[in-house]
Design a protein around this ligand. Structure first.
Ligand code: TYD
Ligand code: MG
Length: 501
Protein backbone atom coordinates (compact mmCIF):
# COMPACT_ATOMS: atom_id res chain seq x y z
CA UNK A 1 0.00 0.00 0.00
CA UNK A 2 1.32 3.44 -0.93
CA UNK A 3 2.57 5.49 1.98
CA UNK A 4 0.62 8.69 2.66
CA UNK A 5 2.80 11.71 1.85
CA UNK A 6 3.29 14.25 4.56
CA UNK A 7 4.34 17.86 3.95
CA UNK A 8 4.72 20.86 6.16
CA UNK A 9 2.94 23.92 4.87
CA UNK A 10 3.40 27.51 6.03
CA UNK A 11 0.18 29.08 7.35
CA UNK A 12 1.33 32.47 6.22
CA UNK A 13 2.82 32.09 2.72
CA UNK A 14 1.75 28.60 1.69
CA UNK A 15 5.35 27.44 1.15
CA UNK A 16 5.70 23.65 1.20
CA UNK A 17 8.62 22.06 3.13
CA UNK A 18 9.64 18.43 3.42
CA UNK A 19 10.36 18.65 7.17
CA UNK A 20 9.26 20.73 10.10
CA UNK A 21 11.23 23.87 10.88
CA UNK A 22 10.76 26.57 13.50
CA UNK A 23 10.95 29.34 10.93
CA UNK A 24 9.52 29.29 7.42
CA UNK A 25 12.53 29.59 5.06
CA UNK A 26 10.34 31.26 2.42
CA UNK A 27 8.65 34.08 4.33
CA UNK A 28 10.56 34.08 7.63
CA UNK A 29 7.47 33.62 9.86
CA UNK A 30 8.17 31.74 13.08
CA UNK A 31 6.13 28.73 14.19
CA UNK A 32 3.98 28.73 11.06
CA UNK A 33 4.67 25.30 9.54
CA UNK A 34 1.80 22.88 9.89
CA UNK A 35 1.69 19.18 9.08
CA UNK A 36 -0.38 18.28 6.03
CA UNK A 37 -1.14 14.75 4.92
CA UNK A 38 -1.73 14.54 1.19
CA UNK A 39 -5.17 13.02 0.47
CA UNK A 40 -5.09 9.69 -1.38
CA UNK A 41 -4.87 10.31 -5.12
CA UNK A 42 -7.67 7.84 -6.01
CA UNK A 43 -10.17 10.62 -5.24
CA UNK A 44 -12.84 8.09 -4.36
CA UNK A 45 -14.67 10.77 -2.47
CA UNK A 46 -14.55 13.01 -5.50
CA UNK A 47 -15.95 10.30 -7.70
CA UNK A 48 -18.76 9.76 -5.23
CA UNK A 49 -19.41 13.48 -5.19
CA UNK A 50 -19.52 13.63 -8.96
CA UNK A 51 -21.78 10.61 -9.31
CA UNK A 52 -24.25 11.81 -6.71
CA UNK A 53 -24.30 15.26 -8.26
CA UNK A 54 -24.99 13.98 -11.74
CA UNK A 55 -27.65 11.52 -10.48
CA UNK A 56 -29.40 14.25 -8.55
CA UNK A 57 -29.15 16.71 -11.40
CA UNK A 58 -30.90 14.20 -13.66
CA UNK A 59 -31.77 14.62 -17.28
CA UNK A 60 -32.44 18.34 -17.11
CA UNK A 61 -28.88 18.97 -16.00
CA UNK A 62 -27.65 17.79 -19.34
CA UNK A 63 -29.34 20.89 -20.72
CA UNK A 64 -26.16 22.72 -19.95
CA UNK A 65 -25.24 23.07 -16.31
CA UNK A 66 -23.14 19.95 -15.89
CA UNK A 67 -19.93 20.38 -17.81
CA UNK A 68 -17.91 17.43 -16.53
CA UNK A 69 -15.89 15.80 -19.25
CA UNK A 70 -13.78 12.69 -19.09
CA UNK A 71 -11.03 13.50 -21.57
CA UNK A 72 -8.77 10.50 -21.11
CA UNK A 73 -7.39 10.64 -24.62
CA UNK A 74 -5.05 13.14 -26.17
CA UNK A 75 -6.97 15.15 -28.77
CA UNK A 76 -5.76 17.56 -31.46
CA UNK A 77 -6.56 21.09 -30.34
CA UNK A 78 -8.98 22.06 -33.14
CA UNK A 79 -11.08 18.98 -32.40
CA UNK A 80 -11.73 19.99 -28.84
CA UNK A 81 -15.23 21.38 -28.57
CA UNK A 82 -15.36 24.94 -27.41
CA UNK A 83 -18.69 25.77 -25.91
CA UNK A 84 -18.86 29.53 -25.93
CA UNK A 85 -19.02 30.24 -22.24
CA UNK A 86 -20.94 33.32 -21.39
CA UNK A 87 -19.64 35.35 -18.53
CA UNK A 88 -22.07 36.11 -15.78
CA UNK A 89 -21.78 39.80 -15.02
CA UNK A 90 -22.22 40.63 -11.35
CA UNK A 91 -23.74 44.00 -12.19
CA UNK A 92 -21.05 45.87 -10.25
CA UNK A 93 -19.05 47.44 -13.07
CA UNK A 94 -15.80 47.89 -11.15
CA UNK A 95 -15.89 44.29 -9.89
CA UNK A 96 -16.68 42.94 -13.36
CA UNK A 97 -13.80 44.96 -14.77
CA UNK A 98 -11.32 43.14 -12.52
CA UNK A 99 -12.91 39.77 -13.29
CA UNK A 100 -12.47 40.45 -17.01
CA UNK A 101 -16.19 40.94 -17.69
CA UNK A 102 -17.89 38.68 -15.18
CA UNK A 103 -17.82 35.25 -13.57
CA UNK A 104 -17.08 32.24 -15.77
CA UNK A 105 -19.41 29.29 -15.01
CA UNK A 106 -17.50 26.50 -13.31
CA UNK A 107 -14.69 28.73 -12.11
CA UNK A 108 -13.52 29.35 -8.56
CA UNK A 109 -12.65 32.85 -7.44
CA UNK A 110 -10.81 33.64 -4.24
CA UNK A 111 -11.34 37.10 -2.73
CA UNK A 112 -8.80 37.83 -0.02
CA UNK A 113 -8.48 40.85 2.22
CA UNK A 114 -7.94 42.11 5.75
CA UNK A 115 -10.77 41.55 8.22
CA UNK A 116 -13.26 44.43 8.22
CA UNK A 117 -12.23 45.78 4.82
CA UNK A 118 -15.64 45.09 3.26
CA UNK A 119 -15.46 41.65 1.61
CA UNK A 120 -18.82 40.49 2.92
CA UNK A 121 -20.40 43.77 1.91
CA UNK A 122 -19.04 43.52 -1.65
CA UNK A 123 -20.09 39.91 -2.08
CA UNK A 124 -23.58 40.43 -0.68
CA UNK A 125 -24.02 43.43 -2.95
CA UNK A 126 -22.85 41.40 -5.95
CA UNK A 127 -25.06 38.45 -4.94
CA UNK A 128 -28.07 40.75 -4.58
CA UNK A 129 -27.41 42.37 -7.94
CA UNK A 130 -27.24 38.99 -9.66
CA UNK A 131 -30.41 37.85 -7.88
CA UNK A 132 -32.18 40.97 -9.11
CA UNK A 133 -31.34 39.92 -12.64
CA UNK A 134 -32.88 36.46 -12.10
CA UNK A 135 -29.68 34.51 -11.46
CA UNK A 136 -29.96 32.17 -8.55
CA UNK A 137 -27.29 32.77 -5.92
CA UNK A 138 -26.51 30.80 -2.77
CA UNK A 139 -24.77 32.92 -0.14
CA UNK A 140 -23.19 30.71 2.51
CA UNK A 141 -22.40 32.72 5.60
CA UNK A 142 -20.14 30.81 7.93
CA UNK A 143 -19.27 33.70 10.22
CA UNK A 144 -22.55 35.52 10.65
CA UNK A 145 -26.07 34.28 11.25
CA UNK A 146 -28.72 34.38 8.54
CA UNK A 147 -30.42 37.11 10.55
CA UNK A 148 -27.28 39.28 10.48
CA UNK A 149 -27.05 38.79 6.73
CA UNK A 150 -30.67 39.87 6.37
CA UNK A 151 -29.90 43.01 8.39
CA UNK A 152 -26.93 43.78 6.18
CA UNK A 153 -29.03 43.23 3.06
CA UNK A 154 -31.60 45.61 4.52
CA UNK A 155 -28.90 48.23 4.72
CA UNK A 156 -27.67 47.56 1.21
CA UNK A 157 -30.93 46.96 -0.60
CA UNK A 158 -33.45 48.75 1.58
CA UNK A 159 -35.93 50.95 -0.23
CA UNK A 160 -34.03 54.10 0.45
CA UNK A 161 -30.58 52.49 -0.01
CA UNK A 162 -28.20 54.13 -2.43
CA UNK A 163 -27.17 51.59 -5.00
CA UNK A 164 -23.95 50.91 -6.82
CA UNK A 165 -24.19 52.63 -10.15
CA UNK A 166 -23.84 56.24 -11.14
CA UNK A 167 -26.67 58.71 -10.84
CA UNK A 168 -26.83 59.14 -14.57
CA UNK A 169 -27.06 55.38 -15.14
CA UNK A 170 -28.81 53.83 -12.13
CA UNK A 171 -29.35 50.12 -12.09
CA UNK A 172 -33.03 49.39 -12.20
CA UNK A 173 -35.27 47.25 -10.00
CA UNK A 174 -34.06 48.28 -6.58
CA UNK A 175 -37.06 47.66 -4.43
CA UNK A 176 -35.67 46.33 -1.25
CA UNK A 177 -34.89 42.95 0.23
CA UNK A 178 -38.27 41.39 -0.48
CA UNK A 179 -37.51 41.30 -4.16
CA UNK A 180 -34.42 39.15 -3.68
CA UNK A 181 -36.28 35.86 -4.08
CA UNK A 182 -33.35 34.38 -5.97
CA UNK A 183 -30.84 35.03 -3.21
CA UNK A 184 -30.64 32.02 -0.91
CA UNK A 185 -28.83 32.35 2.41
CA UNK A 186 -27.37 29.41 4.30
CA UNK A 187 -25.68 29.80 7.68
CA UNK A 188 -23.55 26.67 7.98
CA UNK A 189 -19.93 25.60 8.28
CA UNK A 190 -20.15 21.90 7.41
CA UNK A 191 -19.00 21.31 3.85
CA UNK A 192 -21.15 18.23 3.29
CA UNK A 193 -24.31 20.09 4.28
CA UNK A 194 -23.32 23.07 2.14
CA UNK A 195 -22.76 20.88 -0.92
CA UNK A 196 -26.06 19.13 -0.19
CA UNK A 197 -27.90 22.47 -0.14
CA UNK A 198 -26.12 23.62 -3.28
CA UNK A 199 -27.35 20.47 -4.97
CA UNK A 200 -30.91 21.28 -3.96
CA UNK A 201 -30.85 24.98 -4.77
CA UNK A 202 -28.74 24.58 -7.94
CA UNK A 203 -27.47 28.17 -7.98
CA UNK A 204 -25.54 29.80 -10.80
CA UNK A 205 -23.17 31.28 -8.24
CA UNK A 206 -22.28 30.21 -4.72
CA UNK A 207 -20.49 32.56 -2.34
CA UNK A 208 -18.67 31.05 0.66
CA UNK A 209 -18.00 33.73 3.26
CA UNK A 210 -15.52 32.77 4.63
CA UNK A 211 -13.67 29.60 3.55
CA UNK A 212 -11.63 29.63 6.76
CA UNK A 213 -14.65 28.68 8.86
CA UNK A 214 -15.70 25.75 6.65
CA UNK A 215 -14.75 22.23 7.69
CA UNK A 216 -14.99 18.72 6.33
CA UNK A 217 -16.22 16.47 9.15
CA UNK A 218 -14.11 13.49 8.07
CA UNK A 219 -10.83 15.41 8.24
CA UNK A 220 -9.34 15.31 11.72
CA UNK A 221 -8.20 18.94 11.88
CA UNK A 222 -9.76 22.14 13.19
CA UNK A 223 -11.47 24.67 10.86
CA UNK A 224 -9.00 27.25 9.58
CA UNK A 225 -6.04 24.85 9.72
CA UNK A 226 -3.92 24.21 6.65
CA UNK A 227 -5.34 20.71 6.23
CA UNK A 228 -8.99 21.77 6.43
CA UNK A 229 -8.48 24.79 4.21
CA UNK A 230 -6.83 22.81 1.44
CA UNK A 231 -9.21 19.89 1.56
CA UNK A 232 -12.37 22.01 1.59
CA UNK A 233 -11.02 24.18 -1.21
CA UNK A 234 -10.09 21.13 -3.34
CA UNK A 235 -13.59 19.73 -2.91
CA UNK A 236 -15.21 23.03 -3.79
CA UNK A 237 -13.07 23.37 -6.92
CA UNK A 238 -14.25 19.91 -7.90
CA UNK A 239 -17.88 20.79 -7.19
CA UNK A 240 -17.56 23.92 -9.35
CA UNK A 241 -16.15 21.92 -12.25
CA UNK A 242 -18.78 19.19 -12.21
CA UNK A 243 -21.76 21.45 -11.56
CA UNK A 244 -20.85 24.41 -13.72
CA UNK A 245 -21.60 26.92 -10.98
CA UNK A 246 -19.16 29.69 -10.21
CA UNK A 247 -17.92 29.65 -6.62
CA UNK A 248 -16.53 32.71 -4.86
CA UNK A 249 -14.45 31.97 -1.78
CA UNK A 250 -13.87 34.78 0.68
CA UNK A 251 -10.68 34.51 2.73
CA UNK A 252 -9.19 36.64 5.48
CA UNK A 253 -5.59 37.63 5.29
CA UNK A 254 -4.27 36.85 8.71
CA UNK A 255 -1.33 38.44 10.43
CA UNK A 256 -1.39 36.64 13.76
CA UNK A 257 -1.11 33.18 12.20
CA UNK A 258 -4.08 31.68 14.04
CA UNK A 259 -5.83 30.96 10.77
CA UNK A 260 -4.18 29.74 7.61
CA UNK A 261 -4.22 32.49 5.00
CA UNK A 262 -5.70 32.55 1.49
CA UNK A 263 -2.19 32.39 -0.01
CA UNK A 264 -2.33 28.64 0.51
CA UNK A 265 -5.18 28.36 -1.96
CA UNK A 266 -3.89 30.55 -4.75
CA UNK A 267 -2.70 27.68 -6.94
CA UNK A 268 -5.96 25.73 -6.56
CA UNK A 269 -8.34 28.41 -7.82
CA UNK A 270 -8.84 30.13 -11.20
CA UNK A 271 -8.93 33.74 -10.10
CA UNK A 272 -7.36 35.43 -7.08
CA UNK A 273 -8.53 38.91 -6.16
CA UNK A 274 -7.23 41.05 -3.37
CA UNK A 275 -9.43 43.61 -1.65
CA UNK A 276 -7.19 46.34 -0.31
CA UNK A 277 -7.46 49.70 1.32
CA UNK A 278 -7.04 51.43 4.61
CA UNK A 279 -9.81 50.65 7.05
CA UNK A 280 -9.59 54.22 8.26
CA UNK A 281 -10.17 55.66 4.79
CA UNK A 282 -13.19 55.16 2.59
CA UNK A 283 -11.34 54.14 -0.59
CA UNK A 284 -11.06 50.45 -1.45
CA UNK A 285 -9.28 48.79 -4.37
CA UNK A 286 -9.99 45.34 -5.82
CA UNK A 287 -6.91 44.05 -7.61
CA UNK A 288 -6.41 40.93 -9.70
CA UNK A 289 -3.45 38.80 -8.58
CA UNK A 290 -4.11 35.80 -10.79
CA UNK A 291 -6.71 35.41 -13.50
CA UNK A 292 -6.91 32.42 -15.82
CA UNK A 293 -9.55 34.21 -17.89
CA UNK A 294 -8.35 37.77 -18.12
CA UNK A 295 -5.76 40.38 -17.31
CA UNK A 296 -4.49 41.12 -13.83
CA UNK A 297 -3.72 44.72 -14.67
CA UNK A 298 -7.20 46.09 -14.07
CA UNK A 299 -8.23 47.52 -10.72
CA UNK A 300 -11.71 48.20 -9.39
CA UNK A 301 -12.22 51.29 -7.26
CA UNK A 302 -14.81 51.61 -4.51
CA UNK A 303 -15.74 53.87 -1.68
CA UNK A 304 -17.32 52.58 1.54
CA UNK A 305 -20.46 54.55 2.27
CA UNK A 306 -23.20 54.26 4.86
CA UNK A 307 -25.15 52.04 2.51
CA UNK A 308 -22.47 49.77 1.12
CA UNK A 309 -19.73 50.09 -1.45
CA UNK A 310 -20.15 52.71 -4.15
CA UNK A 311 -18.20 52.52 -7.39
CA UNK A 312 -15.62 55.23 -7.95
CA UNK A 313 -15.13 55.96 -11.60
CA UNK A 314 -13.00 59.04 -11.18
CA UNK A 315 -10.31 58.88 -8.52
CA UNK A 316 -9.01 62.28 -9.57
CA UNK A 317 -12.16 64.00 -8.30
CA UNK A 318 -10.19 65.32 -5.35
CA UNK A 319 -7.43 66.80 -7.51
CA UNK A 320 -7.73 70.46 -8.39
CA UNK A 321 -5.58 71.42 -11.40
CA UNK A 322 -6.08 75.13 -10.75
CA UNK A 323 -4.34 75.05 -7.38
CA UNK A 324 -0.57 75.05 -7.11
CA UNK A 325 0.58 71.77 -5.57
CA UNK A 326 2.60 71.78 -2.37
CA UNK A 327 6.33 71.00 -2.65
CA UNK A 328 6.71 67.23 -2.90
CA UNK A 329 3.46 66.64 -4.76
CA UNK A 330 3.34 65.80 -8.48
CA UNK A 331 0.50 64.50 -10.64
CA UNK A 332 1.18 61.51 -12.87
CA UNK A 333 -1.14 59.94 -15.47
CA UNK A 334 -0.65 56.22 -14.73
CA UNK A 335 -2.12 53.29 -16.64
CA UNK A 336 -4.09 50.67 -14.74
CA UNK A 337 -4.95 48.02 -17.29
CA UNK A 338 -6.81 49.71 -20.08
CA UNK A 339 -7.66 52.75 -18.03
CA UNK A 340 -5.58 55.82 -17.26
CA UNK A 341 -5.91 57.33 -13.80
CA UNK A 342 -4.35 60.53 -12.58
CA UNK A 343 -2.49 59.77 -9.40
CA UNK A 344 -0.86 62.19 -7.00
CA UNK A 345 2.66 61.15 -6.03
CA UNK A 346 3.81 62.64 -2.73
CA UNK A 347 7.30 62.69 -1.29
CA UNK A 348 8.82 63.88 1.95
CA UNK A 349 12.46 64.19 2.89
CA UNK A 350 13.70 64.68 6.43
CA UNK A 351 17.10 64.69 8.08
CA UNK A 352 18.21 61.17 8.85
CA UNK A 353 21.39 59.37 9.78
CA UNK A 354 24.13 59.06 7.21
CA UNK A 355 24.42 55.39 6.34
CA UNK A 356 21.13 54.50 7.99
CA UNK A 357 18.71 56.78 6.16
CA UNK A 358 15.20 55.37 5.81
CA UNK A 359 13.48 54.85 2.47
CA UNK A 360 9.80 54.02 2.85
CA UNK A 361 7.14 53.68 0.19
CA UNK A 362 3.42 53.20 0.00
CA UNK A 363 1.98 52.20 -3.36
CA UNK A 364 5.37 52.67 -5.08
CA UNK A 365 8.07 50.07 -5.76
CA UNK A 366 10.79 50.46 -3.13
CA UNK A 367 13.57 49.05 -5.32
CA UNK A 368 12.71 51.54 -8.01
CA UNK A 369 12.80 54.30 -5.40
CA UNK A 370 16.33 53.33 -4.35
CA UNK A 371 17.43 53.57 -7.98
CA UNK A 372 15.75 56.94 -8.52
CA UNK A 373 17.39 58.35 -5.40
CA UNK A 374 20.77 57.28 -6.75
CA UNK A 375 20.00 58.93 -10.10
CA UNK A 376 18.99 62.16 -8.33
CA UNK A 377 22.26 62.12 -6.38
CA UNK A 378 24.43 61.43 -9.39
CA UNK A 379 22.68 63.38 -12.13
CA UNK A 380 20.33 65.76 -10.34
CA UNK A 381 22.84 67.36 -7.98
CA UNK A 382 20.87 66.45 -4.83
CA UNK A 383 22.47 65.12 -1.67
CA UNK A 384 20.08 62.56 -0.22
CA UNK A 385 22.45 60.10 1.48
CA UNK A 386 21.63 61.49 4.92
CA UNK A 387 17.95 62.12 4.17
CA UNK A 388 15.04 59.89 5.09
CA UNK A 389 12.86 59.66 1.97
CA UNK A 390 9.16 58.75 2.05
CA UNK A 391 7.14 58.37 -1.15
CA UNK A 392 3.49 57.46 -1.51
CA UNK A 393 0.84 57.19 -4.19
CA UNK A 394 -2.21 58.94 -2.77
CA UNK A 395 -5.61 57.23 -2.74
CA UNK A 396 -4.57 53.63 -2.06
CA UNK A 397 -3.48 52.94 -5.64
CA UNK A 398 -0.29 51.13 -6.49
CA UNK A 399 1.79 52.75 -9.22
CA UNK A 400 4.53 50.40 -10.29
CA UNK A 401 5.04 51.31 -13.94
CA UNK A 402 8.27 53.10 -14.92
CA UNK A 403 6.23 55.93 -16.45
CA UNK A 404 5.85 57.29 -12.91
CA UNK A 405 9.65 57.65 -12.48
CA UNK A 406 9.72 61.28 -13.49
CA UNK A 407 6.87 62.22 -11.15
CA UNK A 408 8.64 60.43 -8.27
CA UNK A 409 11.92 62.23 -9.01
CA UNK A 410 10.23 65.63 -9.24
CA UNK A 411 8.31 64.96 -6.01
CA UNK A 412 11.51 64.05 -4.13
CA UNK A 413 13.45 66.97 -5.60
CA UNK A 414 10.57 69.34 -4.84
CA UNK A 415 10.25 68.13 -1.27
CA UNK A 416 14.01 68.40 -0.71
CA UNK A 417 14.41 71.84 -2.28
CA UNK A 418 11.09 73.27 -1.03
CA UNK A 419 9.92 73.89 -4.60
CA UNK A 420 6.85 72.85 -6.52
CA UNK A 421 5.46 72.71 -10.03
CA UNK A 422 3.10 75.50 -11.11
CA UNK A 423 -0.63 74.67 -11.18
CA UNK A 424 -2.02 72.47 -13.95
CA UNK A 425 1.08 70.38 -14.71
CA UNK A 426 1.30 66.59 -14.95
CA UNK A 427 4.52 64.62 -15.52
CA UNK A 428 5.27 61.30 -17.21
CA UNK A 429 8.48 59.61 -18.27
CA UNK A 430 10.78 56.75 -17.45
CA UNK A 431 14.13 57.65 -15.91
CA UNK A 432 17.23 55.79 -17.10
CA UNK A 433 20.36 55.13 -15.05
CA UNK A 434 22.16 57.89 -16.92
CA UNK A 435 19.59 60.43 -15.76
CA UNK A 436 18.00 60.54 -19.21
CA UNK A 437 14.25 60.56 -19.75
CA UNK A 438 12.78 57.74 -21.79
CA UNK A 439 9.52 57.50 -23.62
CA UNK A 440 6.47 55.80 -22.22
CA UNK A 441 3.70 53.93 -23.99
CA UNK A 442 0.15 55.18 -24.51
CA UNK A 443 1.23 58.81 -24.45
CA UNK A 444 -1.90 60.00 -26.17
CA UNK A 445 -4.30 58.27 -23.79
CA UNK A 446 -2.45 59.68 -20.78
CA UNK A 447 -2.34 63.17 -22.23
CA UNK A 448 -6.05 63.07 -23.07
CA UNK A 449 -6.97 62.02 -19.55
CA UNK A 450 -4.83 64.79 -18.05
CA UNK A 451 -6.38 67.30 -20.42
CA UNK A 452 -9.89 66.09 -19.64
CA UNK A 453 -9.30 66.75 -15.97
CA UNK A 454 -8.02 70.26 -16.56
CA UNK A 455 -4.24 69.85 -16.75
CA UNK A 456 -2.77 72.12 -19.39
CA UNK A 457 0.92 71.24 -19.42
CA UNK A 458 2.59 67.84 -19.67
CA UNK A 459 6.24 67.33 -18.81
CA UNK A 460 7.42 64.54 -21.12
CA UNK A 461 10.70 63.18 -22.54
CA UNK A 462 12.37 64.95 -25.48
CA UNK A 463 12.88 64.62 -28.37
CA UNK A 464 9.26 63.88 -29.20
CA UNK A 465 8.47 60.58 -30.86
CA UNK A 466 6.28 60.36 -33.92
CA UNK A 467 3.37 59.57 -31.67
CA UNK A 468 4.02 62.62 -29.48
CA UNK A 469 4.22 64.80 -32.57
CA UNK A 470 0.88 63.43 -33.74
CA UNK A 471 -0.58 64.31 -30.35
CA UNK A 472 0.69 67.87 -30.73
CA UNK A 473 -0.54 68.23 -34.26
CA UNK A 474 -4.01 66.72 -34.03
CA UNK A 475 -6.25 65.71 -31.21
CA UNK A 476 -4.61 67.46 -28.30
CA UNK A 477 -4.53 71.06 -29.33
CA UNK A 478 -4.44 73.39 -26.36
CA UNK A 479 -2.10 71.17 -24.39
CA UNK A 480 1.40 72.51 -23.75
CA UNK A 481 4.26 70.05 -23.91
CA UNK A 482 7.27 70.83 -21.81
CA UNK A 483 9.90 68.50 -23.20
CA UNK A 484 13.06 67.64 -21.29
CA UNK A 485 15.78 65.18 -22.16
CA UNK A 486 17.15 64.66 -18.65
CA UNK A 487 15.89 64.64 -15.07
CA UNK A 488 18.07 67.65 -14.32
CA UNK A 489 16.41 69.65 -17.12
CA UNK A 490 12.93 68.72 -15.96
CA UNK A 491 13.83 69.85 -12.43
CA UNK A 492 14.20 73.38 -13.80
CA UNK A 493 10.39 73.45 -13.92
CA UNK A 494 10.31 73.38 -10.12
CA UNK A 495 9.87 76.88 -8.71
CA UNK A 496 10.06 78.24 -5.22
CA UNK A 497 6.56 79.27 -4.18
CA UNK A 498 7.77 82.83 -3.46
CA UNK A 499 8.89 83.24 -7.11
CA UNK A 500 5.29 83.03 -8.29
CA UNK A 501 3.95 85.65 -5.92
P1 TYD B 1 -17.52 43.74 6.21
O1 TYD B 1 -18.07 43.59 4.83
O2 TYD B 1 -18.18 42.96 7.28
O3 TYD B 1 -15.96 43.39 6.19
P2 TYD B 1 -15.24 41.96 6.00
O4 TYD B 1 -16.24 40.98 5.53
O5 TYD B 1 -14.14 42.21 5.01
O6 TYD B 1 -14.67 41.58 7.33
O7 TYD B 1 -17.62 45.29 6.54
C1 TYD B 1 -16.59 46.04 7.03
C2 TYD B 1 -16.96 47.40 7.53
O8 TYD B 1 -17.73 48.12 6.62
C3 TYD B 1 -17.72 47.38 8.84
O9 TYD B 1 -16.84 47.86 9.82
C4 TYD B 1 -18.83 48.34 8.64
C5 TYD B 1 -18.60 48.98 7.32
N1 TYD B 1 -19.83 49.15 6.54
C6 TYD B 1 -20.15 50.41 6.08
O10 TYD B 1 -19.47 51.41 6.34
N2 TYD B 1 -21.29 50.56 5.32
C7 TYD B 1 -22.10 49.52 5.02
O11 TYD B 1 -23.11 49.68 4.33
C8 TYD B 1 -21.74 48.22 5.50
C9 TYD B 1 -22.60 47.02 5.19
C10 TYD B 1 -20.60 48.08 6.24
MG1 MG C 1 -16.98 39.29 6.52
Amino acid sequence: MAKARTHFICRSCGGVQARWMGKCPDCGTWDALERFVEPKPAAGAHRELAESWVMEAGAEASAGTVTATTATQATPLPEIQSNDVERLATGIGEFDRVLGGGLIPGSVILLGGDPGIGKSTLMLQAAGKMAQRDHRVLYVTSEESAFQTRLRAQRLFGNDGVQIGTESAPIAAVDGVDQLQNLYVLADTNLSRIVEQARKVRPAVMVIDSIQMIYKPDVPASPGSVTQLRRTCMDLVYVAKISGMAIVLVGHITKDGQLAGPKLLEHLVDVVLSFEGDRHHAHRVVRGIKNRFGTTLEVGLFEMTGSGLAEVTNIAALLDPTVRAAPGSVICPAMHGTRCLLVEIQALTANGLLGAAKRRTSGVDSNRLAMLIAVLEKHGGLRLADQDVFVSAVGGLRVVEPAADLAICLAIAGAHLGRSLPAGIAAMGEVGLGGELRHVHQVEQRAREAQRLGYRTIIAPAPPTKQDKACHAHGLAGLDWSLASTVARSMEMLETPSKTR
